[in-house]
Design a protein around this ligand. Structure first.
Ligand SMILES: *[C@@H]1O[C@H](CO)[C@@H](O)[C@H](O)[C@H]1NC(C)=O
Ligand SMILES: *[C@@H]1O[C@H](CO)[C@@H](O)[C@H](O)[C@H]1NC(C)=O
Ligand SMILES: *[C@@H]1O[C@H](CO)[C@@H](O)[C@H](O)[C@H]1NC(C)=O
Ligand SMILES: *[C@@H]1O[C@H](CO)[C@@H](O)[C@H](O)[C@H]1NC(C)=O
Ligand SMILES: *[C@@H]1O[C@H](CO)[C@@H](O)[C@H](O)[C@H]1NC(C)=O
Ligand SMILES: [Zn+2]
Length: 362
């Protein structure tokens, strides 16, 4: 109740800046539009206030410009140690469909866990940690005007003798840092930074993953564009120990995506289906032992590129939701359903053994 009172107040506050007052209908957040950083922050607080039993916001770092990097933790209370699904969006500023997807994902799970027993089961066993916008400074800058719309990097200043701004966050992680698919020129879009983790945003994610690594089952990082599902590693000469399983799970996700609006997604490692790279968060997650780690590159394949029209937000999110859910369900069931089946089988087997032993000794 408190939650809905809060959102009504929030709407009224927002409306004071908007002369076209349309009453309470404005309460419905428009998931088919791109939203500013401020709107997304307000949305996060609304989610937390409206769903206090399942949603908590957590600040886990600050950006170069001192903004609070915030995630939504979503899960049902449990007395058991829960496992974690990580999802971040907006590591690259101009990929606006990514934050839109994180918001859509949150809306979908919150809208379905009360009626969908599978989602409810997963929310009992798992906590989702979802960062709608990781590169907040960059995202804000990409909204500034039409000359900054295609900004990709952070907003930290370059090195001593270089006047350009920004580091590519997805080249700044401590995973084969600086080895391939990067630039040492601070004006480049793929400048990998002064040193590994020179960017506080990459450091924040690193700390979170490292502190929780034993409990994180799956790491999903959402980008655009290209319609790809990428597996570790970006370095051509390093192979994930579970690459075959990652490939299988990725292909199943691509099939789930295709079933929604017939869009084709290609699955593979970056060197195989895109280009080699190093220092990515996906690779870092796999390197520290998180078993399932994927990058999604959402629509499209270049017609509109980073400026994906708003009328494609909903279909893009609908299909990617099924793709993400396919992966999460597999990962969940591997830990919980199959583990439970194994333990039932073990129990049955010991009963059989006990009976057999007792008959043998008769
Ligand atoms: C979940 O646990 C928190 C902290 O222990 C508690 O404040 C909250 O009321 C619980 N929620 C439900 C729905 O039981
Ligand atoms: C960041 O969060 C802290 C703790 O909630 C708060 O005191 C501070 O004002 C926030 N900073 C910004 C820039 O929002
Ligand atoms: C940017 O916006 C200005 C003013 O609205 C407009 O005149 C100009 O053509 C735009 N430039 C681009 C590259 O879209
Ligand atoms: C910056 O340029 C100066 C003058 O050319 C040079 O002495 C210095 O070593 C350079 N610093 C770096 C970090 O490259
Ligand atoms: C991968 O290994 C091959 C063969 O040893 C080598 O030539 C190539 O430079 C390596 N690639 C990278 C990016 O290190
Ligand atoms: Zn990207």
């Amino acid at each position: 109740m408190l939650g809905s009172v809060f959102s009504v107040l929030l709407v009224l506050t927002l409306q004071t800046h908007d002369s076209s007052v349309e009453g309470l209908e404005q309460r419905a957040y428009d998931y088919t539009k791109y939203h500013t950083m401020d709107e997304i922050m307000q949305w996060m607080w609304t989610m937390e206030k409206d769903h206090p039993d399942v949603v908590t916001s957590v600040i886990y770092g600050t950006t170069y410009e001192k903004r609070n990097i915030t995630l939504l933790k979503i899960g049902l209370n449990s007395t058991k140690q829960k496992k974690i699904i990580w999802m971040d969006c907006g590591i690259h500023a101009r990929e606006w469909i990514a934050p839109a997807f994180c918001q859509h994902f949150v809306k979908e799970i919150l809208g379905s866990y009360k009626t969908d027993s599978k989602i409810s089961e997963m929310l009992k066993n798992l906590d989702f940690y979802i960062t709608p916008v990781l590169n907040m400074d960059g995202y804000l800058y990409s909204w500034k005007d039409n000359t900054t719309r295609l900004w990709r990097k952070t907003r930290s200043p370059g090195s001593e003798n270089c006047t350009c701004f920004g580091t590519d966050l997805n080249r700044n992680f401590y995973a084969n840092w600086g080895m391939v698919g990067i630039s040492r020129n601070c004006c480049s879009e793929i400048y990998n930074g002064k040193s590994p983790l020179s960017e506080p945003e990459a450091q924040a994610v690193t700390d979170f993953l490292s502190n929780n690594r034993d409990n994180i089952l799956c790491f999903l990082t959402i980008h655009s564009y290209g319609q790809l599902i990428l597996l570790p590693y970006g370095h051509p000469n390093i192979t994930a120990p579970n690459q075959d399983e990652l490939m299988k799970v990725g292909l199943a996700a691509a099939e789930a995506i295709k079933a929604v609006h017939s869009m084709s997604y290609t699955v593979g490692t970056p060197p195989d289906v895109l280009y080699p790279n190093s220092g990515s968060s996906r690779d870092f997650a796999r390197l520290i032992g998180i078993p399932f780690s994927f990058t999604f590159e959402l629509r499209d394949k270049g017609d509109h590129g980073f400026k994906l029209p708003e009328d494609q937000i909903q279909p893009t999110c609908e299909e990617a939701y099924q793709g993400a859910l396919s992966i999460i369900t597999y990962v969940h069931d591997k830990s919980y359903v199959r583990a439970a089946a194994t333990s039932i089988a073990a129990t049955l087997w010991s009963v059989v053994m006990a009976v057999w032993l007792s008959s043998a000794t008769d």
